[in-house]
Ligand binder design. Structure first.
Ligand SMILES: *[C@@H]1O[C@H](CO)[C@@H](O)[C@H](O)[C@H]1NC(C)=O
Ligand SMILES: *[C@@H]1O[C@H](CO)[C@@H](O)[C@H](O)[C@H]1NC(C)=O
Ligand SMILES: *[C@@H]1O[C@H](CO)[C@@H](O)[C@H](O)[C@H]1NC(C)=O
Ligand SMILES: *[C@@H]1O[C@H](CO)[C@@H](O)[C@H](O)[C@H]1NC(C)=O
Ligand SMILES: *[C@@H]1O[C@H](CO)[C@@H](O)[C@H](O)[C@H]1NC(C)=O
Length: 425
């Protein structure tokens, strides 16, 4: 029994290294699931000598991978610190150097180690500590297993995990840095720095890094996507979330907002990014609902309420954090969810827009009440519009970091599908 297990394991290892050496993968696939309590999205990562499996929150605008795990700690035989002044430290854009003298050294305490701030986007906490590297185990879109041998991350203080979905142990970033997941895999395997994100409302969605191929239905959908530029904010929107003088988050250039056929009259200054980095529109998987500057929120909610009234939809008392709620018995249903006025984020031209139907615009708070799922972000948010998870769900979103383009589908419900059907072929 034992010898045959060893042989099987050995031949697996040979196969894995052969697949790594012989064939270049086309892309890599990671599941993405929604935690229904915290409304956070998470994926599963396998790391280290023992392929420790970790559930970690997905942060589209996150800088890098950080986690704390007792299981990994006890199986970290291949963990290596990233030393100060090394090439990987420069690639990581590390900030400062940490000296820590446990003997033997352990993840989280190694001497002369390149360091950086990990950011918890739910509590706002920053955790400064050393960066390390270990083997990341990944699955290609054809199912083959590969390893990325020097994957950088921070083994963080356990306190930094506060506020993360129950059962998750850290966070993985897909932001515009050199050590974000897609950037590292693209550089290890010479792939285009591109990823497709399909955020599920339930079930499993997928993140596909590097390119497809996607399953047939999504290949078809991917042929007719809207395209817009990903723009860069010259100033960090969160402490230390910038590289040089650019933020690592993804911004798009929303020029106006339509409700039904009506273009809202908005303060244009708020829609663009000023020299201090204020204003504009970003995309955030770590916020459950889209957050708007008060003046934009009011314009949107007022027009929405007016058009809903014209459709005989009855307004009811608001339920926090929402500002406009309705009697669900007065709202019809369709394949795109509750039939309510559509909301469009209009991009570089009137014909390029991101349209939200009821499934994405409305949130069910109880059996009788549906609320407009956008929230008031106050008079002084740094970013005027942060598109949140509920609005990102069930669209195919392709981030081409290399060419700074976002390509996005119309609501997948129009094609009778959803992100839980998004797979590799
Ligand atoms: C490695 O994983 C196996 C199987 O999950 C487990 O039994 C073993 O204890 C792990 N080793 C360490 C050092 O954690
Ligand atoms: C820690 O690293 C520094 C810089 O390389 C070195 O001077 C020092 O001796 C090291 N300390 C220990 C305890 O290893
Ligand atoms: C950002 O940095 C680059 C290179 O250092 C510089 O040329 C550019 O002017 C800077 N931009 C801003 C807005 O500070
Ligand atoms: C919006 O405009 C289109 C085309 O002009 C028209 O067919 C449609 O009925 C209008 N919808 C509403 C709600 O006014
Ligand atoms: C538009 O917004 C900018 C930035 O917040 C503000 O300075 C300006 O006063 C606003 N203009 C109007 C007409 O409200």
């Amino acid at each position: 029994m034992v010898p045959s297990l060893v042989i099987t394991l050995f031949s697996f290892l040979v196969l894995f290294s052969l697949s790594n050496a012989a064939t270049k993968p086309k892309g890599f696939i990671f599941p993405i699931k929604k935690d229904s309590t915290s409304l956070q999205y998470y994926t599963t990562i396998q790391i280290g000598a023992n392929s420790t499996s970790l559930d970690v929150v997905v942060d589209l605008g996150g800088k890098f991978f950080w986690f704390n795990s007792a299981e990994y700690f006890s199986a970290a035989s291949t963990y290596r610190p990233i030393r100060c002044g090394t090439k990987l430290c420069r690639i990581a854009n590390g900030v400062g150097c940490v000296f820590c003298f446990l003997s033997p050294p352990v993840p989280g305490c190694t001497n002369n180690t390149c360091s950086d701030y990990a950011h918890n986007p739910f509590t706002g906490t920053l955790g400064y500590s050393g960066l390390g590297e270990d083997t990341l185990h990944v699955y290609a879109t054809n199912g083959a297993k590969y390893v990325s041998p020097h994957f950088p991350f921070q083994f963080s203080d356990p306190v930094l995990r506060e506020g993360l979905a129950t059962g998750t142990q850290g966070l993985i970033g897909l932001g515009r840095t050199n050590i974000a997941l897609q950037a590292q895999l693209a550089s290890s395997f010479k792939l285009r720095q591109k990823f497709a994100l399909c955020v599920p409302s339930s079930g499993d969605g997928n993140i596909i890094i590097g390119g497809g191929p996607y399953n047939a239905a999504f290949q078809k959908i991917s042929k007719s996507l809207f395209s817009t530029s990903l723009i860069r904010n010259p100033v960090a929107t969160w402490p230390n979330e910038k590289i040089g003088n650019l933020t690592v988050e993804y911004f798009i250039n929303v020029k106006s907002i339509r409700v039904g056929n009506k273009t809202l009259s908005l303060n244009a200054t708020l829609l663009s990014i000023d020299k201090n980095g204020n204003g504009g529109t970003n995309l955030r998987t770590v916020r459950p609902y889209t957050i708007l500057h008060t003046s934009i929120f009011r314009a949107l909610a007022n027009e929405f309420v007016k058009e809903a009234a014209a459709m005989n939809i009855k307004r009811v008392a608001s339920v926090a954090p929402f500002g406009a709620c309705f009697n669900s018995k007065t709202i019809a249903n369709s394949k795109t969810g509750p039939v309510v006025p559509t909301i469009d984020l209009v991009l570089q031209s009137k014909s390029v827009y991101w349209r939200f139907y009821g499934s994405n615009s409305m949130v069910k708070v109880n059996n009788d009440v549906l609320c407009l799922g956008f929230v008031d972000g106050g008079l002084d948010p740094i970013t005027s519009i942060s598109v949140g998870g509920h609005q990102l769900e069930n669209y195919l979103l392709e981030f081409d970091v290399t060419s700074s383009k976002l390509r996005f589908s119309p609501s997948l419900q129009l094609s009778d599908t959803s992100c839980s059907q998004f797979k590799a072929s």
